[in-house]
Design a protein around this ligand. Structure first.
Ligand code: NAD
Length: 296
């Protein structure tokens, strides 16, 4: 299959390489020369513009930073430039309203399009083990599914256009809030004189258990190996968690949903990022809560 791939950064680079490995003919475009050179090394064909990447292909995949980039690239370079038979797949994490607006303009021009944001970071993008949450019609999902399957371990139909982004940001708002609450619980347990491994052994089998505790424990040396054991390097950057929490807040505002815990998590991650910690793993917020934000 001929696939145009636009946006070959930290995530898109590995995803495009996995499409090549699956036997697809990938025409790659990025504004950054280094990203293009890397894609070429992975077997993609480098093209000179986003319009050229979209021309004469069976599918277009985009992996761009934010909603503004997606709106601009689809309006100026994909819709009208890609054949109307092409399936359009946006894997970026963006606001729900931009996803719906771009999906509607694609549909107006006769395209099938899905929003298909991912769960999983750069290692999952490189390893082809991403989870895709997909919004779009049943027909569009059926056409996108085999392409996404070449880049991931799970491809789930979330509902109509925009539903993929909705699932992603609702999930990540829950993740942000449970991480903060998990950090708080460990810090309270410590203040009360509990051994933290003992608290983990109890809470991980009791009603306070969550993914943030048992798969991503923010305390070094407790639970499974996590970024906490590597001085909070790697993992899921605080800046990206903050981005997703901001998208959740915008969606909550637009849909009139009450999200006080999500709002508290957003404020805390904003404060942590403002302290110069944007590149640290998001579980490092335990340091700020412990009063060591300046050192973090
Ligand atoms: P990135 O900044 O590394 O890559 C984005 C790429 O898009 C860059 O190479 C940039 O040059 C390119 N780009 C921007 N505007 C362009 C345009 N008009 N035409 C062509 N290329 C353009 O970002 P990333 O980490 O790869 O993230 C991409 C998306 O995936 C984001 O929406 C992010 O929120 C989401 N995401 C990232 C992670 C992660 O761990 N990095 C995890 C899940 C989801």
């Amino acid at each position: 299959m001929k696939i145009g791939f636009i946006g070959l950064g930290n995530m898109g680079g590995g995803m495009a390489a996995n499409l090549v490995k699956a036997g697809h003919d990938v025409r790659a475009f990025d504004l950054a020369e280094a990203a293009l050179a890397h894609a070429e090394e992975a077997g993609c064909t480098r093209v000179k513009s986003a319009r050229e990447a979209a021309a004469d292909v069976d599918a277009v995949v985009t992996m761009l930073p934010a909603g503004a980039h997606v709106r601009q690239v689809y309006a100026d370079c994909v819709i009208g430039a890609a054949p109307s038979s092409a399936i359009l797949i946006d894997c970026s994490t963006i606001d729900v309203s931009s996803a719906k607006a771009v999906g509607a303009s694609a549909a107006d021009q006769g395209y099938a399009m899905v929003d298909a944001p991912v769960s999983g970071g750069i290692a999952a993008a490189n390893g082809g083990t991403l989870t895709f949450m997909v919004g779009g019609s049943a027909d569009a999902f059926a056409r996108a599914e085999p392409i996404l399957a070449a880049m991931g371990k799970a491809v789930i139909h979330a509902g109509a256009s925009g539903a993929g982004q909705a699932a992603k940001i609702a999930n990540n708002m829950l993740l942000g809030a449970t991480m903060v609450a998990t950090c708080e619980a460990f810090l309270l347990a410590k203040k009360l004189g509990l051994d933290l491994q003992t608290f983990y052994d109890i809470s991980s089998k009791a009603s306070g258990q969550s993914w943030s505790m048992t798969s991503y424990c923010p305390v070094p040396g407790v639970g499974p190996d996590t970024p906490a054991d590597r001085d909070y390097q790697g993992g899921f950057a605080t800046a990206l968690m903050l981005k997703d929490l901001k998208l959740a807040m915008a969606a909550a505002h637009d849909s009139n949903a009450s999200v006080p815990m999500g709002a508290a998590a957003e404020a805390l991650y904003q404060a942590f990022a403002n302290g110069g910690n944007g590149s640290l793993d998001f579980s490092a917020i335990i340091r700020m809560l412990e009063g060591e934000g300046a050192r973090a």
